[in-house]
Structure formats: structure tokens, C-alpha cells
Write a protein that binds this ligand. Sequence first.
Ligand SMILES: [Zn+2]
Length: 77
Amino acid sequence: MKNMKPRQHRRRVVRKKQCRLCENKIFNIDFKDVELLKRFQTEGGKILPRRITGNCFKHQKMLAIAVKRARILALVL
Ligand SMILES: [Zn+2]
């Protein structure tokens, strides 16, 4: 017999994530700013996806470009 227990709808915490870069009014991500780039990377050097960082599209794109440039210069992994 199937367990017909009603599925509990746990309320998800829908805290609206604000883009940290917008908050700090960073409009140009410098690829030489390694500390900043590293904050948006995993330990393995991958760029964290937007759903984790909460970045806006604009900044995520900028970040991805900056990280790729930094990689060429071997500033980040
Ligand atoms: Zn932003």
C-alpha cells in the first residue's frame, strides 16, 4: 500500500539574493583583481554558477571573461 502521507511543503527560504557586485557598485571587474575572482571560483578554479553566487547576468558574464583572461596569464586556476 502506498504511503499517502501528504507531502509537506516546506517553505523555501526565498531570500532574494542580491548581486554582491552590484551592491558594492563594482562595474568593471579587473582580471588582475585576483582576490575578487577567487571569491567566485571553486577551490578547483571553476567559476561558480550564478544560482550559487546570486550574481546578475551582467556581472556573471563580466566575471567569466575576467576569469578567462586571468587564466591566460596564470593568475588564477
Ligand atoms: Zn550585478
